[in-house]
Design a protein around this ligand. Structure first.
Ligand code: COI
Length: 361
C-alpha cells in the first residue's frame, strides 16, 4: 500500500511579494518553500504518519542517534519549469533507487520508489508557485532520512524520520557559470573500498569539508579527491562527478568502483555522448595521466557535473607542483554543447526521446 501525502496547508505562507523577491535572486540553498513532506518509520510499524505539512524545524531529542552517529542520507533533485508552462522532474526514479541503496548502506529503512516519488510530487504540487520561471533556475528538492530515535547504543535506529523540502535555486557556484578552479588534495581522501563513498551519506560531505577549506586556502572553488588506497586515481570532487574530453573524442569519467557517487547527471551525460560524436568511456584514470594530458593538449576540456552543479566547466587543476590550465581557462565547446543539450531536455525545450522527464503539473 502506498503512503498518502495528505496536505496540511501552511496557515502563514509567504505572500506573493515576498516569494517574488526571493525568486528574483534565489542563490543556492538559501530559501525554503512553505511546505515539506514528512513520514515516520518505526521497526514495529514500518512507514506511517506521512503528510505534507508547513515547512518548519523538527523537535529532536538531544539523544537522537543522528546527532551522535550521523545516521543520515539525502538526495538532490530538481523540478524544472517547462517551455509549455508545466513542471517536470528529471529521472526521479534514479534518485529513488539511489536513496534505497544509500539507506541499505547506512542501515536505514527502505522507502518504496513510489512513496519517494509521490512525496516529491506532493511538495512540488503544493508549492508550485515556487518553481522559478527564469532561465537556469529550478526548484531544488532535498529528500532525506535520519535516525530520530533517542538512544546512545551504537546500532541502527528503530525510529527514523523522512522529509522532503524544496528550495528555489540559481547557480550552485556564486560565480555563476564561470569556469571553476580545482585543488587536487594529497592530504585527504574521501572514500575507500567497503566504505560509504557510493552512498549519498551526510558523513561523506562532512569529511570533505576540511579538504574544501584546503582548496579555498589555495584560491580554488572545489577540491578533487584521489582514491583512498593508492592515492593515484581520479575519483570525484567535493560534491560532484568529473569528466574529461580528449582530442580523440573520448568523454572519460572515472569508473564506478563503489567509492564514487553514482551521479544521475553523470549517467545522463554518458547517454548523451554519442549524440555529440563522443565515445563515452568509464575507466580508471590517474591524476598523473590527466595532468600530463592537459599539459600535452590531449585533454582539452574538464568539467564537473551534478544535480546542483549541472555541468560546470573547469578552468584549471592545481597541485603543490603547479597549475594546469585547461583549454585556456575558457568553457570548451563540448562542455557547452553537452550542457545545453542536458538543459534543453530538462526544461522541455528539446524532444525528450529518452523518456527522462516526469511531468508533475
Ligand atoms: C547535488 O548535486 O544535488 C548534491 O547533492 C551535491 C551538493 C554539493 C549540493
Amino acid at each position: 500500500m502506498s503512503l498518502p501525502f495528505e496536505i496540511r496547508r501552511n496557515p502563514n505562507p509567504r505572500n506573493d511579494a515576498e516569494r517574488e523577491a526571493i525568486l528574483a535572486n534565489p542563490g543556492f540553498g538559501l530559501h525554503f518553500t512553505d511546505h515539506m513532506a514528512v513520514a515516520s518509520w518505526t521497526a514495529a510499524d514500518g512507514w506511517h504518519e506521512s503528510a505534507v505539512v508547513p515547512y518548519g524545524p523538527f523537535m529532536l531529542d538531544p539523544a537522537a542517534a543522528v546527532l551522535h552517529y550521523g545516521q543520515e542520507i539525502f538526495e538532490g533533485m530538481k523540478a524544472y519549469r517547462q517551455a509549455d508552462g508545466g513542471v517536470a522532474l528529471f529521472r526521479p526514479e534514479k534518485n529513488a533507487e539511489r536513496f534505497q541503496r544509500s539507506a541499505a548502506r547506512i542501515a536505514l529503512p527502505s522507502l518504496d520508489i513510489a512513496d519517494f516519488i509521490s512525496s516529491v510530487e506532493a511538495v512540488v504540487n503544493v508549492d508550485r508557485a515556487w518553481v522559478p520561471n527564469l532561465a537556469e533556475q529550478s526548484l531544488y528538492l532535498r529528500p532525506f532520512m535520519f535516525a530520530s530515535e533517542a538512544f546512545l547504543g551504537v546500532r541502527p535506529a528503530k525510529f527514523v524520520t523522512y522529509c522532503c523540502f524544496a528550495s528555489p535555486a540559481g547557480a550552485y557556484f556564486a560565480s555563476g557559470l564561470k569556469p571553476i578552479n580545482i585543488w587536487i588534495t594529497t592530504t585527504y581522501t574521501r572514500a575507500s573500498r567497503g566504505g560509504t563513498g557510493a552512498a549519498k551519506f551526510g558523513g561523506n560531505y562532512a569529511a570533505s569539508l576540511i579538504a574544501q577549506q584546503e582548496a579555498a586556502y589555495h584560491g580554488c572553488d572545489q577540491v578533487m579527491f584521489a582514491d583512498g588506497a593508492e592515492r593515484t586515481w581520479v575519483e570525484e570532487l567535493g560534491g560532484m562527478n568529473v569528466y574529461l574530453v580528449t582530442t580523440d573524442a573520448e568523454l572519460i569519467t572515472p569508473e564506478l568502483t563503489g567509492t564514487i557517487l553514482e551521479g544521475v547527471t553523470r549517467d545522463s551525460i554518458l547517454d548523451l555522448a554519442a549524440d555529440h560524436g563522443l565515445v563515452p568511456v568509464e575507466r580508471r584514470i590517474s591524476i598523473q595521466e590527466m595532468l600530463d594530458g592537459i599539459a600535452a593538449g590531449t585533454v582539452t576540456e574538464v568539467f564537473a557535473c551534478g544535480t546542483a552543479a549541472v555541468i560546470t566547466p573547469i578552468a584549471s587543476l592545481q597541485t603543490e607542483h603547479g597549475t594546469f590550465t585547461v583549454g585556456g581557462g575558457e568553457t570548451g565547446e563540448v562542455t557547452a554543447a553537452l550542457r545545453s543539450a542536458l538543459l534543453d531536455i530538462q526544461y522541455g525545450r528539446a524532444e525528450d526521446t529518452r523518456g527522462w522527464l516526469h511531468p508533475v503539473l
